[in-house]
Design a protein around this ligand. Structure first.
Ligand code: 5RP
Length: 241
């Protein structure tokens, strides 16, 4: 059932893809349905190129015959990715699949960032589950201590003996924020100030559209204001919304 909803959201996002687009390809099980659908469109003759957010997605795209781009000369037209939590302002927690850093780079480089989810990902306030933070392995314990001073508890993903290593060669610390994250932008800034933090999984004011699939079918929810800190959309190109 959940897979059906994920697929439905991804199929709806495919309607936004047009010939000639440079498309950011997310990671995780929902984004996978999108990449598979894009592969279908490519097989049918559509000319698009993809910017993968993880090695796994890059391998899938290659298998499906989607041309891959990793060096950008301009913006990505459209990025489509999943999320772990989505709040009413369309702020996100991402990274429980471990690809948050490249996912954020791709989202930030995109004229339009579309998130595909099933309705179980909608939350009133972020922080229901863990918040992933990617940190440099070098002196990571001291980084973890400084993070703990922010009032969170944390674990090394995979455990200290066999830690999970990201595509960038880093560790992930999964933070539990007691009481949830009331001010996600402020908390994101606090996390970024901690030396040793490479990136965190809070995506604040980056999402343009969320496509959420429930039993009644997929529904698009848009943001009214211009996203902050994103690649500027060209006037009149339909991005920004
Ligand atoms: C990976 C992610 C994923 O987009 C997120 O974990 C959602 O995955 P799924 O669609 O499998 O639930 O952020 O880093």
């Amino acid at each position: 059932m959940t897979d059906d909803l994920k697929r439905a959201a991804a199929e709806k996002a495919l309607e936004l893809v047009h010939d000639g687009m440079l498309v950011g390809l997310g990671s995780g099980s929902t984004a996978r349905f999108f990449t598979e659908g894009l592969g279908r469109l490519v097989a049918e003759g559509m000319k698009v190129r993809g910017v993968p957010t993880s090695r796994e997605t890059a391998e899938l795209a290659a298998e499906l015959g989607i041309p891959i781009v990793t060096e950008l000369l301009g913006p990505i037209d459209l990025a489509v990715d999943g999320a772990d939590e989505v709040d009413p302002d369309l702020n996100l927690i991402k990274g429980r699949g471990g690809a948050l850093f490249r996912e954020k780079l791709v989202a930030a480089a995109s004229k339009r960032f579309v998130v595909v989810i099933d309705e179980s990902k909608l939350v009133k306030q972020l922080g229901v589950g863990v918040l992933p933070v990617e940190v440099l392995p070098f002196l990571w314990r001291t980084t973890a201590e400084r993070l703990a001073e922010l009032g969170v508890s944390l674990v090394v993903r995979g455990g200290e003996e066999t830690p999970y290593i990201t595509d960038n060669g880093n560790l992930i610390l999964d933070l539990t924020v007691g009481g949830g994250i009331a001010k996600s932008a402020d908390f994101g800034f606090e996390l970024k100030k901690v030396t040793g933090v490479v990136e965190h999984g809070l995506f604040v004011a980056m999402t343009d559209t969320v496509i959420v699939a429930g039993p009644e079918g997929p529904k698009a929810i848009g943001r009214s204001s211009q996203p902050a800190g994103k690649y500027p959309a060209k006037p009149g190109d339909g991005a920004g919304r």
